[in-house]
Design a protein around this ligand. Structure first.
Ligand code: BDP
Length: 712
């Protein structure tokens, strides 16, 4: 009873005097609580002088007005000249004669999307200038300025020059036209196809604001398992309406293109990419799309993968398929993002090797507006994978890296798992393709090979839930993706720090312990799900909960761990499937050698005896048990920690996270107990001393079918 009353009360007012449901994400703009700081901020920003008429400039102005009103409890007076100290001046040298006169040398370094925030005296008055070469740069700079205040940083005497390191920073929504989302765990699709184009849900604008605030500049609005109907006139008009909402925020729309669309909606008999009618059809389709969406970004294509149609259906290659589409888009400056997620086409081959085998041979064969888009690892968004061997191996090809923000294999929207460390692990991995320092970040930035274009994609975790992502902390993964797409060098700690302050509070007694947990949370999840390089041992039907025992036909969990009486793990060394040969010598030598491989990837590359002595001095079986148990106990520690943080944030979100942590603990224990009992049937050793035996039998864990609700 008490709890219900508390919740109701909290929903009405919250501890800080307002209700918090997570809708505002990191753009809450709650008052700065430090009066000294408030006074300083107020002295630096008293009024705003905006030069420029565009919708983007209007969006920047609106955001600053809302932000300053919230943060400093002050309405920004709009002025047309600088008459006092404390003027915030916004614009580009083209829109503002005052900014042009400043001759800001830094602008030569910031490109089309970068900006400069600088304290400057103009006509003897101290001003804060947000300048850029384009209006979108001004918008990005405005969000940056607001974030400085949100996180309590100084804005006096500042000079910040920033620009994105990757050109295309794109969300991939796996949204279906019927409103469901493939692997979406936060409700249904945001896109209300039925009421588009007439009704523009205000949420579309808030979606665009959130994305622009972290620099995301593209969105693929439909599923990679595509419906050709998305390319029909009716749906293009709806997509055009979304594009119109997103445009002021610098966000381009992209669509997935079903390879067989010429047959399904074009009435042709074939989709052969070399057929003249097919070529014509795609050209006309591209022209039509651009007639509705003049700044359309291009196509994302999943071809000859998991049953999707593709050029191989006509004995044509990936290059022939991708280039045909690229030719159709080229006159309009559109791109093709051609996915490299393939694995069923070479029978009997190690799945981890297949994308490389299918794609490497086409290096150099793709048109200049084609990206090849591999996932971060060679199998499938697992809790931990080695980096995808195509990175470094296709130096003549623009590679777009694909991350999964939605937590398909990391606890859906139930588990608190902060993904920035996973993103960082991939981005900082060294391929050695051009010697030491050939990191994936440099390849994706296009710097290593000096490519014209660069791009990065993240499979979105956004849905219709009031807080957008289901779990309040899943917002941090959307946020982190954007920040790292803008600057892959940023550290997960800095990003978590900013996100926590903007999303919850600047109170360091909250931020410090929660940040520490966030940073370790991915490792904890790896430990209670798939430690030591194990992968793909989840329930095969739902992708939720443990299923190392699954042995149905096709690729099954057993193929991925190959446990037997002797040991566990897949031999991908030169004595096994030789997947190691797809890496450059320095990496290969490390992965191939059981004494050099990091324990985190051990069972990915090696079949290891149960009694193998690990560096920790435990044998493999003991190490496996240790990792499973430590993963669960870390969640339990977080529960305790969280309980002690009550009253530091609003009660609604506090309670949500508390409940979700309890679920996470239960499910982590389910993973641990099911997996340990199952692997024990092979290891045939007792649990090491000091570990509490699972409460139930293996049979019990095998029977659990979870969850009922899966949006597919
Ligand atoms: C797998 C998902 C599946 C996707 C596929 C993909 O389970 O739903 O369609 O990835 O990336 O992980 O195409």
């Amino acid at each position: 009873m008490n709890r219900i009353i508390l919740m109701l009360f909290a929903m009405l007012i919250g501890t800080n005097g307002y209700a918090e449901n997570g809708y505002d994400l990191w753009l809450r703009y709650k008052p700065v609580y430090d009066t000294n700081k408030t006074n300083i901020y107020r002295s630096v920003i008293k009024q705003i002088y905006v030069a420029g008429e565009s919708k983007t400039i209007a969006a920047a102005t609106m955001e600053l007005q809302i932000g300053i009103k919230g943060l400093l409890s002050r309405s920004l007076k709009s002025v047309r000249h600088i008459n006092t100290d404390g003027t915030l001046l916004l614009g580009t040298p083209i829109t503002s004669a005052t900014i042009a006169k400043l001759r800001l040398a830094e602008l030569s370094r910031v490109g089309n999307e970068g900006y400069l925030i600088k304290s400057i005296r103009i006509n003897g008055k101290s001003c804060l200038v947000i300048a850029a070469n384009t209006d979108i740069g001004v918008l990005y700079g405005s969000y940056r300025l607001l974030s400085l205040i949100q996180t309590g940083q100084s804005i006096q005497n500042i000079s910040i020059v920033d620009h994105p390191k990757i050109q295309l920073r794109v969300l991939n929504h796996w949204d279906n036209l019927n409103g469901t989302i493939e692997r979406g765990y936060a409700g249904y699709s945001l896109w209300d196809w039925q009421r588009l184009p007439g009704y523009l849900d205000p949420r579309y604008t808030d979606y665009a604001r959130a994305n622009a605030s972290i620099g995301i500049n593209g969105t693929v609005i439909n599923n990679v398992n595509a419906s050709a109907r998305s390319l029909t006139k009716d749906y293009l008009i709806k997509a055009a309406a979304l594009a119109q909402v997103f445009r002021p925020y610098g966000i381009k729309i992209y669509l997935t293109a079903r390879f067989s669309a010429p047959i399904e909606i074009g009435g042709l008999k074939t989709a052969d990419p070399l057929d003249p009618e097919v070529i014509k059809w795609w050209k006309r389709k591209a022209d039509e799309i651009y007639s509705y969406i003049p700044d359309f970004g291009g196509f994302l294509v999943k071809a000859n993968s998991e049953g999707q149609p593709g050029p191989q259906d006509y004995k044509r290659s990936h290059a022939e398929g991708a280039n045909m589409m690229a030719d159709a888009l080229a006159p309009h400056n559109g791109v093709v993002m051609w996915r490299a997620f393939v694995y069923e086409n070479i029978k009997g081959e190690d799945r981890a090797k297949q994308a490389y085998q299918e794609f490497k041979k086409f290096d150099g064969a793709f048109k200049s507006n084609v990206f090849i888009q591999p996932k971060n690892g060679p199998i499938d968004f697992q809790p931990r994978e080695p980096f995808h061997p195509l990175f470094g191996a296709m130096s003549k090809t623009q590679l777009m890296l694909e991350f999964q923000i939605t937590q398909e294999y990391l606890g859906f929207a139930t588990h608190l798992v902060y993904l920035a460390p996973l993103f960082k692990e991939t981005l900082s991995a060294d391929t050695y393709s051009k010697g030491k320092g050939s990191t994936i970040a440099k390849i994706v930035e296009g710097k290593l090979e000096e490519h014209q274009r660069s791009g990065i994609a993240g499979v979105a975790n956004i849905g219709s839930d009031i807080n957008w992502t289901g779990h309040p902390f899943a917002q941090s993964n959307w946020y982190a993706f954007g920040r790292m797409a803008w600057n892959p060098d940023l550290s997960p700690a800095v990003i978590a720090d900013d996100w926590l302050k903007m999303t919850f509070t600047n109170d360091s007694s909250f931020v410090a312990p929660v940040k520490e947990y966030m940073l370790a949370s991915r490792e904890h999840a790896v430990n209670y799900m798939m430690p030591l390089g194990l992968n793909h041992i989840m329930n095969l039907g739902t992708h939720y909960g443990p299923g190392p025992w699954d042995k149905i036909t096709g690729w099954n969990a057993h193929d991925y761990h190959l446990a037997d009486d002797e040991g566990i793990g897949v031999d991908r060394t030169d004595k096994g499937s030789d997947a190691v040969s797809q890496y450059f010598p320095e990496v290969r030598a490390q992965y191939n050698d059981i004494n050099k491989i990091p324990p985190e990837l051990l069972l990915w590359f090696h079949h290891v005896p149960w009694k193998y002595k690990m560096a920790s001095d435990r044998n493999l079986w003991e190490e496996l048990v240790y990792r499973y148990y430590s993963g669960v106990s870390a969640v339990e520690k977080m529960q305790d920690k969280w309980d002690r943080l009550e009253h530091k944030i609003d009660p609604v979100r506090f309670e949500q996270v508390k409940q979700l942590l309890a679920e996470q603990q239960r499910e982590a224990a389910w993973w641990r107990d099911g997996s340990v009992l199952y692997f024990q049937t092979y290891a045939k050793m007792p649990l090491p001393a000091g570990y509490k035996a699972p409460l139930r039998t293996l049979e019990h864990y095998k029977q659990i079918k979870m969850p009922d609700r899966i949006n597919k």
